[in-house]
Design a protein around this ligand. Sequence first.
Ligand code: HEM
Length: 412
Amino acid sequence: MADRYDLNDAAVIQDPFPLLAEMRRDAPVHWNHAVKGWFVTRYHDVRMVMRDPRFSVEKMAPFAGHANPSIQHKIGFLADVLGGWMVFMDPPGHTRLREVLQSAFMPRTLAQLRPRVVAVANDLLDAVGGRTQIDLIAEYAYPLPATVIGDLCGVPREKTGQFKSWANDIGAFVLQGRDAPDKHTRTTRALRECVDYYHELVAEHRRHPRDDLTSLMIDGGGTSHRLSDDEIVSTLVLLLFAGHETTTNLIANGMLALLRHPEQMALLDADRSLIPSAVEEFLRFEGPVSTIVRIAAQDIEIGGQTIKAGERVFASLEAAGRDSDIFTDPDRVDITRRRNAHIAFGKGIHLCIGAPLARLEGQVAFEALLNRYCDFQLQAPAPDWRDELITRGLNTLPISFCHRGQGPSDDI
Ligand code: HEM
């Protein structure tokens, strides 16, 4: 079984769906040697893992406790900063941080942000000029969400480039990069730089409050909670991290789905009112987050298997998105799909707080691209997927296109 379900196999990293289908059918809940934990693939089981309070997200303390003594000194700092992320906290710590941030991420608050997101998308496409070929990730799918989240947190634009290398280095550890031998050193170095930078940013905001997320957190976001500087800094690092790579993947994976299904591209081009349902379909079909991780806080039974207290569970969002018990013809991209109950943003108390922002960015990104260009083609023999267990994203997405022959438009 160990070899049959090898999630580290190079071919599986490039296309995990045949293996996930086999697991869903034959071993929906099984101990997976490749990830050293239980692997769960059916929609209902995945949803249950995310909603059941008997599963904990507090991975950092046990991780630090079990780490090899030779890396303990690095792990302590890592566990302190990452242990302050709400996504790695159970209630009541989680509840307090989430309440502070909640008001900033209400769909109504975010709707007001739309013109700024449109402006960022158009600026990036203006920079393409007359070229007809770009790496969509480097020039658009990455900088768009990175700039938006940077603006929201009050980070100057010139820092956006620096964020990419910090986020990559932090990701080597958090996203369980499998080919990252030096990941603890890289992550610790990047985290130190990032934390130092954010402490300065918080101090500056305490002196000169602004209308942004950093000042909102200092003020408690309309609640009576008062966060320490360390809590605010940890949350800023989380937002930097959660707020852009995921959305980069949404834009790039969505574009790849359209390139591989030209009839869907034509449909979207002919009817822009399909953009919201197309974005939901991209999230279901090949979503940005492939797996979420939990630890059993007590013995729990799922799918006839007993998970023992302390064991890790990997719940596969990408397998759940292709479950034919839930979705009709799940391996087909259908941007008109109705009742698309995907769980790409999670479920339960950790449901993605940034989902309304990600949806807004995804919708604006496709609308701006389609307004400017047509005849999109993939300029690579095969997609180049990143070797990460937790997210599903491409390293690069070289594409070509024709200009529609209009000047830059601000009217989307
Ligand atoms: C398409 C893009 C995105 C996807 C697919 C996505 C997916 C997810 C998922 C699956 C979770 C739950 C993790 C778990 O249960 O362990 C989550 C949590 C979270 N996401 Fe997102 N995310 C996206 C974009 C964003 C953005 C833009 C932001 C912020 C600006 C953000 C901030 C967060 C935060 C702070 C949490 C933790 C929430 C909590 O623990 O209560 N995400 N996201």
